[in-house]
Design a protein around this ligand. Structure first.
Ligand code: AVJ
Length: 325
């Protein structure tokens, strides 16, 4: 386990009411298959745990995608003459730097627009990147990409829209198509869309990536219960929920669940008590795996087409370049 600050689940906390989150949690926990949105993984500790996941030997997506980006971006940025990078869910900007370096290499880097829900996060990253890339305008957008992109008015073209890390895999198909459609609507004819997708492969390898031997993914999964404690005053006992991750071969996705180890009742102020049977679970995340056909179908539904997908057959992760259809 990485050495991370422990957060007691019983410490009293000061809370500001969060009616949007409460309504979303209420709806998810009232469903026959209880469900919570994966965006609630990522408080400070959750983000640190995710960072630790990306360095695990079993978790291949991050390092594979980084290698693909490093190999391809210099050539692609020269070929496209990209002047603006618009990044959905900018993360720690480590991958952005690979693209920005390639843009700087062509002397055309003008604007970087990282889009993220966290305002403090984007402004910190933005300040850092302004120091690293003199001459580059960094104009962060604070937005929930599931709702809007909130782009600046003036965007030097051509622009590259990037959605990396296979975060698209968290979305159920209708929501994935809505998101791609929103990106497509913001694109001009010469713009391109770069999508990182995890690929279908040997099931044991996929399942191992979500059931690591050090238990970091389990801690990441359980951390959502602590987020509900801090944000809503929920009294989940994280020790009474077990991490479970399995591959669904029909829907082609990993599902992560928190399984109640016993019959128990959980209280969230403002909601009716929530009853768990022994063995009943909350689904906390889906992580969909793709192949060429499934990506092509999503793209087509959103008015996009695949223009490039450079990969050798052994690469377990895909980087796809799309354009308006
Ligand atoms: C950040 C959504 C791409 O689905 O692989 C990692 C999150 N969950 N381990 C993924 C995650 C468990 C990750 N994404």
């Amino acid at each position: 386990m990485p050495n991370l600050a422990r957060t007691s689940s019983t410490r009293p906390v000061e809370r500001v009411p969060n009616p949007g989150m409460l309504a979303e949690v209420a709806e998810g926990l009232a469903a026959p298959q209880k469900e919570l949105p994966p965006k609630y993984f990522y408080d400070q500790r959750g983000s640190e745990l995710f960072e630790a996941i990306t360095r695990l030997p079993e978790y291949y997506p991050t390092r594979t995608e980084r290698a693909l980006l490093s190999g391809w971006m210099p050539e692609l940025m020269a070929q496209l003459g990209t002047r603006t990078l618009i990044e959905l869910g900018a993360g720690n900007a480590e991958k952005s730097r690979i693209i920005l370096d390639a843009m700087r290499g062509t002397g055309l880097a003008e604007l970087y627009v990282p889009i993220d829900v966290s305002a403090t996060f984007v402004s910190q990253t933005a300040a850092q990147l302004r120091r690293e890339y003199p001459g580059l305008t960094v104009e962060p957008a604070v937005a929930d990409i599931t709702v809007e992109l909130n782009l600046p008015r003036r965007i030097p073209r051509p622009a590259l829209f990037a959605f990396l890390g296979s975060t698209i895999g968290n979305f159920y198909p209708p929501a994935a198509i809505r998101l791609l459609t929103r990106v497509r609507a913001a694109m001009e004819p010469g713009d391109r869309f770069l999508l990182g997708v995890d690929l279908r492969k040997d099931i044991a390898r996929i399942e191992a990536a979500y059931n690591d031997s050090q238990g970091v993914t389990a801690a990441f999964n359980r951390n959502m219960l602590l987020v509900l404690h801090h944000e809503l005053g929920a009294d989940f006992d994280p020790e009474a929920f077990q991490h479970r991750a399995f591959y669904d071969t029909v829907a082609h996705r990993i599902e992560m669940h928190l399984v109640s180890t016993r019959h128990q009742m959980v209280t969230i102020p403002g909601l009716d008590p929530i009853v768990f049977a022994a063995g009943e679970s909350i689904r906390t995340e889906i992580s969909t795996k793709y192949d060429r056909e499934s990506v092509a179908a999503f793209f087509a539904a959103a008015g996009l087409r695949i223009v490039a997908w450079p990969r050798d057959p052994t690469t377990p992760f895909g980087l796809v370049l799309g354009a308006p259809a």
